[in-house]
Design a protein around this ligand. Structure first.
Ligand SMILES: Cc1ncc(C[n+]2csc(CCOP(=O)(O)OP(=O)(O)O)c2C)c(N)n1
Length: 605
């Protein structure tokens, strides 16, 4: 175990190589227990050791791209003894965080920010001999953001600056586009030279002696131009299963104990994930309609679209880590009469907001966007939670925003899109990570506008096989009911559980919203009802600011301004701050969006 960086300054090469082996061992054992980005971090152990041995972090910043490959950096910068808390609630972040360590000079989680941040750091050191280093992967280099940074370098006055290009030929899946040819085709020196950057490489990124020798020479012989050091590394280095399956071991879940589940459970069909249901549905549509195309931004496996890629390789596009381009490319296809379906995780779609507004919505182009991993994602934490998409999709003029809460609902959206055609403008379909319940409760009454209604209480309650077996009701409701509970999208299971824990006498009207925009007129109509509810509770898996609840409350206030009598509103949504990482149940509780919080809001204990 090594807690102080100073120590490695005295190590000889053999000691450093032994330390590399210890670091690998530590990364493997913690990742197998806690889950994490095993493969990427095993590939950068020597890079981290060489950079920390040579540069004086944090005065000489070492800025990592994404941060998923920076575990060795964490271990070397005072976090070894806490490393077993990685990705756990209250423990170390799985990415980089300025709050966690002064050595995490620039936080990360999303890709391709390191070059911009490093150029900025080097500009502030332009009158000094103090170095700045950035480490970026070959995948990270596919992003417009990284290319924009590179093209700014020429002509800038900068302090000594090193870009380490960590080339393992992999993004999460094999890398795409021109970048592999650029790095592997012998033209890299010419390319970087044109950018005003000296190029060195390719060098074996696991040869610690060579890396250290290079860095020593670099400090002595620096010529005043930024340097790109191109190193070749192997994803998963030192752990055979990860070396053999780098894509599968890019990020792993905690290893489940060897015990098999009871045989009855083994026979049960495993519910499909929302992503799988989505991908299958797009494939089915594409079989009937040759104009359907699918687009991913470097996530063919995670989005399920690898299925589409296998069946329709000529209609499938992996554009690299280029979410904004993915959206404009889709808009371009729509402008030519094609039917683009893009799937991007909620958190990464944040990169495409202008393209959604400027290219898709304002031009009224029909583009379907699956917003995968919507809601809290757990151990990946604040950089990855799908918190903002309800707010940033709902605000877009002409958008349709759907939040299906079952396999059946998700399929039905595609049936309708195929039958009626894609409406003008963006069509968002948001769904969470994980498995999709097969159907909604048959007790929910469809209002024909994307909302499902259910009344609980003595009028209606019959304990029966409702959703989760906890709640059932008739299909009628009393318009004068006191409490209106609005559940948005995938919040439904926990809302139903909380309602199921209320006393039998408790009377409420539940409206489950699957169409966030346009909003059901019947639902809003309750506001102008003479006996409108006295209490409205909204539960959503998204940020409070600008979320469904806030805009619903303001629309309600406008409607009910005639009577001047407003109900009490309670919004249960993610607070206006970063939600931490950890187990889903823990962070749900921390953010106060869990079942118990809903129960308390209903008035139960
Ligand atoms: C904006 C954004 N899109 C997608 C991702 C998901 N993602 C995490 S790592 C990664 C691949 C990065 O490849 P590379 O930079 O080559 O690093 P490697 O994992 O190969 O070390 C992707 C696509 C992300 N973090 N940020």
């Amino acid at each position: 175990m090594i807690e102080a960086l100073e120590k490695i300054q005295d190590f000889n090469l053999t000691q450093l190589e032994e330390l590399a082996a210890d670091i690998r061992q530590q990364i493997i054992s913690v990742c197998l227990k806690n889950g994490g980005h095993l493969g990427a971090s095993l590939g950068t152990v020597e890079i981290a050791l060489a950079l920390h041995r040579h540069f004086r972090s944090p005065a000489e910043p070492i800025i990592w791209d994404v941060g998923h490959q920076a575990y060795a950096h964490k271990l070397l910068t005072g976090r070894w003894s806490r490393f077993d808390t990685l990705r756990k609630f209250g423990g170390l972040s799985g990415f980089l965080s300025r709050a966690e360590s002064e050595h995490d000079v620039f936080g990360a989680g999303h890709s391709s920010t390191s070059l911009s941040a490093a150029i900025a750091a080097a500009w502030t050191r332009r009158k000094t001999q103090s170095w700045t280093a950035a480490v970026i992967g070959d995948g990270g280099l596919t992003a417009g953001l990284a290319l924009e940074a590179l093209q700014q370098v020429r002509g800038l006055e900068l302090g000594p600056l090193l870009f380490v290009i960590n080339d393992n030929q992999m993004s999460i899946s094999p890398n795409v586009g021109a970048t592999p040819a650029l790095l592997g085709g012998g033209r890299a020196a010419e390319y970087f030279d044109a950018l005003g950057i000296d190029y060195v490489g390719p060098m074996d990124g696991h040869d610690l002696g060579q890396l250290l020798g290079f860095l020593e020479g670099l400090r002595k012989n620096y010529l005043g131009r930024p340097v790109a050091l191109h190193v070749l590394t192997q994803k998963g280095r030192g752990y055979e299963p990860a070396e053999e399956n780098p894509s599968g071991y890019h990020g792993i879940s905690p290893l489940i104990s060897g015990a098999l589940p009871p045989s009855a459970d083994l026979k049960k069909p495993k519910p499909l994930s929302y992503s799988e249901v989505f991908a299958r549905q797009v494939c089915e549509w594409a079989r009937r309609d040759p104009k359907v195309v699918a687009i991913t931004a470097a996530m063919p496996e995670g989005t399920g679209l690898s299925l589409f890629a296998q069946e329709f390789p000529e209609r499938f596009f992996d554009v690299g880590i280029a979410e904004s381009h993915a959206i404009t490319f889709a808009a371009g296809l729509a402008a030519q009469g094609w039917k683009p379906v893009v799937s991007i995780y909620s958190t990464f779609l944040q990169r495409g907001i202008d393209q959604l507004i400027h290219d898709v919505a304002l031009q009224k182009l029909g583009v379907i966007i699956a917003v995968d991993r919507a809601g809290l994602v757990g151990p990946d934490g604040p950089t990855h939670h799908g918190s903002f998409d309800i707010a940033y999709t709902k605000m877009i003029p002409g958008a349709h925003v759907y939040a299906p809460a079952s396999e059946a609902s998700l399929k039905e959206i595609f049936v309708q899109l195929e039958a009626r055609g894609i409406p003008d403008g963006p069509v968002f379909i948001r769904f969470p990570r994980g498995s999709a319940p097969l159907v909604l409760s048959e007790n929910l009454f469809d209002d024909g506008e994307g909302c499902y209604w259910l009344q609980t209480g003595p009028l209606a309650r019959t304990r029966g096989p409702g959703f989760n077996g906890t709640l059932a009701s008739t299909k009628t409701w009393d318009p004068g009911v006191e409490t209106l509970v609005i559940s948005v999208g995938h919040s439904l299971p926990k809302v139903l559980k909380a309602l199921g824990r209320m006393p039998d006498a408790f009377q409420a009207l539940l409206v489950h919203v699957e169409t966030i925009k346009p909003l059901s007129k019947k639902l809003l109509g309750l506001a102008s009802n003479a006996n409108s509810p006295r209490r409205v509770i909204v539960i959503e898996e998204g940020i409070r600011s600008g979320g469904f609840g806030e805009s619903f409350a303001s629309a309600w206030a406008e409607r009910s301004s005639v009577s001047g009598d407003l109900p009490r509103f309670k919004l249960i949504a993610y607070p206006d701050r970063a939600t931490p990482h950890g187990g889903l149940a823990e962070i749900d509780r921390e953010a106060e969006v869990d079942e118990d919080t809903i129960l308390r809001a209903l008035g139960g204990v």
